[in-house]
Design a protein around this ligand. Structure first.
Ligand code: ADP
Ligand code: MG
Length: 899
């Protein structure tokens, strides 16, 4: 959606009546009427022009100067702003980023053609494409290492369907979403644009989820999500009579997928990109990771919003765009099927065991251009000679790659690599043809010509020869005119306005014959030179132009031919591209494992989580100067919930995250930063940090914390892994402690999942006595001459205190404040609360609450104290000041009696 302040507003008063406009503007207004939600880029010569409201909006967004056309419509001026055609991509990119869509209205014929219809005829213009964030294909507008998905959400029969496609790779998939599952699915796919009906945009139950995707939403009329027409569209796309071959698709999925195809046709003006078979993704096969967890764990983006510092940034050793995209996709959707995971790991293992083959493969991968994106541009009619060259250079490597995998004495290929080797395919004929057809230096656009290698086409060579012969004849003519006129400085030159002309300096012009028989016809006279032409020169020029036109027409025909041949082999090329991506991913993960000493995890259907010597992949990679202390984590069923205490800065958060990251890496099919790892499949992963500020969403931090915690307690089942870091920090101490307390009990008694719970509430460790699967761990520290040294080691037991004041001292709090804090702490610790909590743990079976009884209030364990008993009967309103003072002394006295 366009941002509100710059949106092109389609107000009647702003858009004048076409009847009063010149034919060109009338046509423009008609185009605009058909594309009210787009900025219209109207091609005029070397510029795309914007008019009226669009001009104002475009000028503001792009910093262009707003001018006015030299005509008025209905007495009003015509604001105008333009961008040069040759730089259009960078302008498009900025407009798309600013939330606009752009309809590109091209000149679809040459001026000369229009003139044939009459002297005043207008050049025909048509919208050839609508540029939207989800339908980009240009490399300059895209990140080569990420997919750019166009997604659609539809509802039917009470089900929510999600479909998504990447126009640049042909990936096309759909999924029936579980209730409330839209947020997690969108976070996984990260679409660049989301289509949904106007009704769903307003649906209250989606409000929270969609609020995070505002900039990506493209609302469409509900009619575009009709499942019956969607079905027809898909059948037409796949040229079939029924959709059975795609598996059991629900109406919601069909509606979503059909809406995508419809939208692509609409924006590409009928040209449909090459789309692969619609893959049905099942959430059962994928580890569910919600948006908050992805953010928390910095999977693909660091907190600063960058790839650097994220898990993806650290583990990416791929060498091709396709490989990087596959890695990102795998990381976003780790598998939950041990067999799938093992098959992926087998490929990595093979590359680890065959270092020479790995290097051979990677050397070849470095030369592989982006086959998928080049192919998609060619198929959409938007490709150029360099895209053909990309196919040539990529496909020739398939041969090299196959050989590298098939050398003697290598370990036997695992199934995945065997499939990849086969997927590489045979492309010799196409490679050979492209190699013969394409010249060494290639222009960006086919219409610039000059990209066909001499010797490839006799007809073309003939025209090229005529053209260069013509040029030689011009040179000969120049020499002859010099002798005939005796003007040695006479020159024949060429420019775009006059074409070929003869130039003589003003001083010499007198030497030219002036009689009627003179062949020299004056064309232009300048301060110090005069320009002429002759019949002979014009004829020669004509001949050269004819040859050049013919040569270009022949080249364009050859180009079309090559594109057709490539498109016909689209399936095989796309398969080769997938194979290359698989090889790149597996070899890259092997390099990572070798470089960073990762181990192969064992993933099975158990409920274990046993990591020996685990490390945090990002911390150890980004801070190589501090040696990282490895730690074990063993969430065996009898101790599946770890309560981790320890001072600030001791390494609690790091330990928690590293285990979540190890689970993700293992299940995406990567080696993991550990000495040993056995993981029972994790079907859902949750990670929460207490009191994370979420100002962007405008909710109180504590509210956010609780909303997120609620999601976990509702959704985590026995196969989930839950990471809770200082939950309850965002509110008053007792509130926070109570919530943390209840959360631990709930996880233990109801969710029964594996969990790591870091807390600064030492009081919680009292729960260990009553919850059998709760284990207490603490970060070891050493005190040394009044200083605290963090060992970053996880050990059994509890922290006795949090050393917060120590950290405050380290942070430079003034000495007086530190001393005072120590005093206050001593007072507080002398108080009674910890003792009471210990009793509370024994005393209060919270899960009588879960069993339906009303939870009791956290009552003091022993009866009321003497002070309390004395306080109870006092009514302050009835006391005189003197009585009040006396009461205070009495109470004070009771207190000291006790101490
Ligand atoms: P906490 O959550 O207990 O306050 P953090 O996990 O934020 O502590 O870690 C504090 C600092 O210690 C970080 O700078 C981190 O890089 C470092 N650190 C944590 N764990 C380790 C470890 N195992 N080895 C080395 N340094 C570590
Ligand atoms: Mg922490």
């Amino acid at each position: 959606m366009a941002p509100d302040d710059t949106a092109p507003v389609n107000v009647d008063s702003a858009w004048p009546d076409p009847a009063q406009a010149t034919p060109m503007l009338a046509h423009y207004l008609e185009v605009k009427r058909q594309h009210p939600d787009c900025l219209v880029f109207y091609r005029m010569g070397d510029f795309y022009e914007l008019f009226f409201e669009d001009a104002a909006a475009g000028a503001k967004a792009l910093g262009l100067t707003l001018t006015a056309r030299g005509e008025t419509v209905g007495g009003k001026s015509v604001p105008m702003a333009g961008v040069p055609v040759h730089a259009v991509e960078s302008y498009l990119l900025r407009l798309i980023r600013a939330g606009f869509k752009v309809a590109v209205c091209e000149q679809v014929e040459e001026l000369a053609e229009a003139k044939k219809r009459g002297a005043k005829a207008m050049v025909r213009r048509e919208v050839i494409r609508i540029v939207t964030p989800g339908t980009l294909t240009e490399d300059a507008l895209l990140d080569a290492r990420r997919n750019n998905y166009l997604a659609a959400v539809a509802e039917a029969e009470g089900q929510t369907g999600l479909a998504w496609l990447d126009m640049t790779t042909g990936d096309f998939a759909c999924e029936a979403l579980p209730r409330g599952g839209l947020g997690a699915a969108l976070a996984r796919i990260e679409p660049g644009e989301i289509l949904l009906s106007e009704r769903l945009v307003q649906a209250p139950e989606l409000f929270e989820t969609l609020a995070q995707w505002k900039a990506q939403l493209s609302p469409l009329p509900g009619s575009r999500f009709d499942s019956e027409s969607a079905k027809r569209r898909l059948m037409k796309l796949y040229e079939v009579q029924a959709l059975d071959h795609l598996g059991p698709l629900g109406r919601a999925e069909i509606a979503a997928a059909g809406a995508l195809v419809d939208y692509v046709e609409l924006t590409q003006k009928g040209r449909v990109p090459r789309l692969g078979r619609l893959a049905r993704v099942s959430d059962a096969g994928i580890m569910e990771i919600d948006a908050a967890t992805r953010r928390n764990l910095e999977l693909t983006k660091s907190f600063a919003g960058e790839r650097r510092g994220s898990l993806l940034g650290v583990i990416d050793r791929t060498l091709t765009g396709a490989g990087a995209r596959l890695l990102a996709a795998r990381l976003a959707a780790p598998s939950t099927e041990p067999a799938v995971i093992a098959a992926r790991l087998d490929m990595v293992t093979w590359f680890l065991d065959a270092p020479a083959a790995r290097e051979g493969v990677r050397t070849s991968l470095k030369r592989c251009p982006d086959l998928e994106r080049a192919l998609s541009r060619l198929v959409l009619g938007r490709g150029g000679p360099r895209d053909l060259a990309a196919l040539r250079d990529g496909l020739v490597e398939t041969e090299v790659l196959r050989k590298a995998l098939g050398q003697p004495l290598l370990p036997p290929l695992p199934k995945g690599l065997h499939l990849a080797q086969r997927g590489l395919g045979q492309h010799l004929a196409l490679v050979d043809r492209l190699a013969r057809a394409l010249a060494d230096e290639l222009p960006l656009l086919a219409r610039d010509g000059g990209f066909v290698r001499p010797g490839y086409s006799a007809a073309l060579d003939e025209q090229v020869k005529l053209r260069s012969e013509g040029r030689q004849l011009v040179a000969a003519l120049e020499a002859r005119y010099r002798t005939e006129t005796d003007i040695s400085s006479l020159k024949i030159r060429h420019n775009n306005v006059l074409g070929y002309y003869i130039e003589v300096t003003a001083a010499q012009a007198g030497k030219l014959p002036k009689d009627a028989a003179s062949p020299f016809i004056q064309r232009q006279s300048m301060a110090n030179a005069t320009r002429y032409t002759t019949v002979e020169l014009s004829e020669l020029e004509e001949k050269i132009a004819r040859a050049a036109d013919k040569a270009l027409a022949l080249e364009l025909a050859l180009f079309d031919d090559l594109v057709k041949e490539a498109a016909a082999r689209g399936e095989a090329i796309s398969e080769a591209a997938h194979a290359i991506a698989e090889l790149d991913l597996a070899a890259g993960l092997a390099v990572l494992a070798a470089d960073r000493r990762y181990c192969r995890p064992r993933v099975d259907d158990s409920k274990h989580f046993a990591i020996k010597g685990g490390r945090h992949p990002v911390v150890e990679a980004l801070r190589p100067e501090d040696p990282f202390v490895p730690n074990d984590c063993d969430l065996a069923p009898e101790r599946r919930l770890w309560l981790l205490t320890g001072p600030n800065m001791a390494g609690k958060s790091t330990f928690l995250r590293q285990n979540a990251l190890i689970a993700i890496l293992a299940q995406m099919g990567s080696y993991v930063p550990a000495a040993e790892a056995r993981i029972g499949v994790v079907d859902r992963l949750f990670s929460r940090v207490g009191a994370a500020d979420d100002l962007a969403r405008g909710r109180s931090t504590f509210m956010v914390e609780m909303v997120e915690a609620a999601a976990i307690l509702h959704r985590a089942g026995e196969s989930a892994l839950v990471i809770l870091d200082e939950i309850g920090r965002g509110t008053a101490t007792f509130d926070g402690l109570s919530i943390a307390w209840a959360t631990v009990e709930h996880l233990h008694e109801v969710n029964k999942c594996r969990a790591l719970f870091a807390t600064h509430y030492h009081e919680l460790t009292a729960l260990a006595a009553r919850l059998p699967s709760l284990a207490c761990r603490t970060m070891r520290v050493k005190e040394w001459e009044g200083d605290v040294i963090f060992l970053h080691e996880v050990a059994a037991g509890n922290a006795d205190r949090s050393y917060g004041i120590h950290v405050a001292r380290l942070a430079g709090l003034p000495a007086a404040a530190v001393a005072r804090a120590e005093e206050v702490l001593a007072q507080l610790e002398a108080g009674e609360q910890s003792g009471r909590l210990a009793t509370l743990a024994d005393d209060l079976p919270l899960f009588t609450a879960a069993a339906g009884k009303t939870p009791r209030r956290a009552a003091p364990a022993r009866g009321p104290s003497a002070v309390e008993e004395a306080l109870a009967p006092i009514n302050p309103d009835e006391l005189t000041p003197k009585q009040a003072l006396e009461a205070l002394y009495r109470l004070r006295g009771l207190l000291s009696e006790r101490g």
